[in-house]
Design a protein. Structure first.
Length: 197
């Protein structure tokens, strides 16, 4: 199955999975708040262990102090292009959960569950005509302090959300990278019965 993005699926899947990619070129236009809430609504319905829903999202619309605060926590490489995002957000997961007897216990699937919520958000963004670019390049300690994140939570990543712009709006080195990436074939990460590296 070949897709307009140039991506090729080896097995039949819904085109939305090939539509989703992580551009850096954004228009900078404002995103309606109701549209943003629809992305968070999609994240809300992600599966999680014991229905714990350990994810938290801290966001800021472009042109607000909240946006600037998040932007300042990003690595320099990400700050080069995220200023044109409509919204920046930080994804946080709750690392511990209170048991029935009141004891705080590790929530072993907190990152796994939060990743599912991020994926739902990214797919809803495509449905709404936007793109969501996840970023690992964030100063986590700074984000914890600046965004008031308490102990028992972990900064997982940041997200830039916006409408896609022509790649020519990017610096030349980034413009060359502005294409949907490919993926490893299924056979490289799936095995029956025993682990295959």
């Amino acid at each position: 199955m070949t897709h307009p993005t140039g991506r090729i699926a080896d097995h039949a899947i819904d085109p939305v999975f090939l539509d989703r990619w992580s551009p850096r070129a954004f228009t900078g236009e404002a995103m309606p708040h109701e549209t943003l809430l629809s992305l968070f609504e999609a994240a809300r319905w992600a599966p999680s262990a014991a229905n714990g829903q350990p994810w938290r999202f801290i966001y800021g619309h472009r042109g607000t102090p909240a946006f600037d605060a998040i932007h300042d926590t990003l690595d320099e490489g990400n700050r080069r292009w995220t200023d044109k995002a409509s919204v920046l957000a930080v994804i946080v997961s709750q690392t511990h959960r209170k048991s029935a007897d009141g004891e705080m216990r590790p929530a072993y699937t907190h990152a796994f569950d939060t990743g599912a919520a991020w994926a739902y958000l990214a797919l809803q963004a495509i449905h709404a005509g936007y793109y969501a670019h996840g970023m690992g390049g964030i100063d986590r300690a700074k984000a914890m302090e600046v965004l008031g994140i308490p102990e028992g939570f972990r900064v997982e990543a940041a997200i830039a959300i916006g409408r896609i712009a022509p790649k020519e709006t990017l610096p030349e080195d980034l413009m060359k990278r502005e294409v949907p990436s490919t993926r490893k074939p299924v056979a490289e990460f799936v095995s029956e019965g025993r682990f295959k590296g």
